[in-house]
Design a protein around this ligand. Structure first.
Ligand code: F0G
Length: 430
């Protein structure tokens, strides 16, 4: 399901630059919101139904450090840092959209299945309003940072014996049976809010369209929303070309990569080959294949937005790549050493840039925006294991997933509790 607008009856903006003026009215909460200040581009809600908690105040930061790491020229790489959202991930962009709709239909309870960030976001919006949050998580499949948020914000947390794909199937059944409002990205109003990530990228590029957007792919909500944003801006005559979009899967959860790049599945104006998808999924069932990656946020084998993701690729000249956990963690360490902290899934975008640059698909002088979807503190376990000098911790967390070396580890220095020894160590290392 898609949200469509009859632009003939609405008043879309005549130029994107006009949005800049909204900032001068930031004492009004809806103009302060980095999502709702663009609401003329997704005008489905009454202002009175909107709950904003300051989402979308995010940064698009130039990173020459990451440019160097990925083989790009200086001043060409920008990182769209969605970790700055109230719940620490891009999900708040969409959650505020879904929440507006939930209020429009008078929902009292809202549910999601989650690898952690959707549940954190839902929990925080529910805590700030009078809706009750119900979250479904797979067992042992959620990082502590995210679980902590759901528990702390008071969500009813249902841990089922299974993974995310199982939890998503169940939450859809349960929501239907109990009449609970579902906020997974299958909900089209979520995607309307997530379109604004692209408006903010355009704003950071002074309303010029960059050459590439790189985004991690899990359930493909972002990939779908970004494509829709650009398709609509084209239709409205507000931009004259779409950027190319690269969706980056983790190698341990690479359904989209397999279907698009290996099996040639294409959108074909909506007539995509469903039989190809069905047979791929049956294959997963038959071999009992489970997604497995350190990037737990994108540990998903059955993306619900697969068709819309295909639409994005067709309309935006897209590509899909997969990156290993080794590549993800090395990229994450480099992003952090350059000054922005993200969780493993987010670093897939930068690892994907490095790969596409090495393949010559992205030119060194093209302008790119990598989306950093979630905050570094969401998943401290992966980070500490990477930097740790403790081989047991490394092996248990990363080694078993094929990570061989922490190429950019920053190890803690062990020193005796002795002033001279401490001073000596500092002289050696800094
Ligand atoms: N990055 C992060 C940090 C995420 O949490 C997710 C998805 C993605 C990327 C993938 O985005 O689904 O739009 O392709 N997390 C979901 C969750 C599944 O439950 O929090 P997508």
């Amino acid at each position: 399901m898609d949200v469509a607008y009859d632009w003939n009856k609405l008043r879309p903006p005549s130029k994107l630059k006009d949005f800049e003026a909204k900032w001068s009215r930031r004492s009004e909460p809806l103009e302060f919101s980095g999502v709702w200040r663009f609401r003329e581009l997704f005008p489905f809600a009454n202002d009175s139904d909107i709950l904003t908690i300051g989402e979308g105040q995010t940064l698009c930061q130039r990173s020459d450090y990451v440019a160097k790491y990925t083989g790009m020229n200086a001043s060409r790489v920008f990182l769209q840092y969605e970790g700055m959202n109230p719940s620490g991930s891009f999900k708040d962009n969409g959650m505020t959209g879904a929440f507006a709709h939930a209020r429009m239909v008078g929902a009292r309870r809202a549910a999601c299945a989650s690898t952690g960030n959707t549940s954190a976001s839902l929990s925080i919006y529910c805590a700030a309003s009078d809706l009750r949050a119900i979250i479904f998580i797979g067992s042992g499949k959620i990082s502590y940072g995210k679980l902590a948020q759901a528990l702390d914000h008071g969500a009813l947390t249902v841990q089922i014996a299974g993974d995310f794909d199982d939890a998503l199937a169940r939450v859809q059944q349960v929501s239907k049976q109990l009449g609970i409002y579902l906020v997974n990205s299958i909900n089209p109003f979520r995607l309307e809010g997530q379109k604004t990530i692209m408006y903010r990228v355009l704003e950071a590029f002074n309303w010029e369209v960059p050459d590439w957007i790189l985004v991690p792919g899990g359930n493909l909500g972002n990939s779908s929303a970004f494509g829709k944003a650009f398709i609509e801006l084209m239709e409205l005559g507000l931009i004259n070309r779409c950027p190319r979009i690269a969706v980056i899967n983790a190698a341990g959860a690479d359904t989209f990569y397999q279907l698009y790049e290996r099996q040639n599945l294409r959108w074909q104006g909506g007539r995509y080959e469903q039989t190809l998808v069905d047979s791929y999924m049956r294959g997963l069932d038959a071999s009992n294949a489970r997604a497995d990656t350190i990037a737990s946020a994108i540990e998903i084998n059955r993306p619900v937005n697969l068709p819309k993701g295909l639409r994005t690729l067709e309309r935006c000249g897209g590509v899909v790549r997969e990156v290993t956990d080794q590549e993800i963690l090395d990229a994450k360490a480099k992003i952090a050493a350059g000054g922005l902290g993200c969780e493993p899934a987010s670093a897939a975008s930068v690892a994907g840039l490095k790969k596409l640059r090495a393949e010559g698909i992205i030119g060194a002088d093209e302008r790119v925006a990598c989306i950093l979807t979630g905050h570094q503190l969401k998943d401290p376990t992966a980070t500490v294991a990477y930097h740790s000098a403790d081989p047991k911790m490394f092996e248990e967390t990363l080694g078993k997933r094929g990570v061989r070396r922490a190429n950019y580890a920053n190890r803690a220095v062990q020193v005796p509790n002795d002033l001279d020894e401490i001073i000596k160590a500092i002289d050696v290392y800094a």
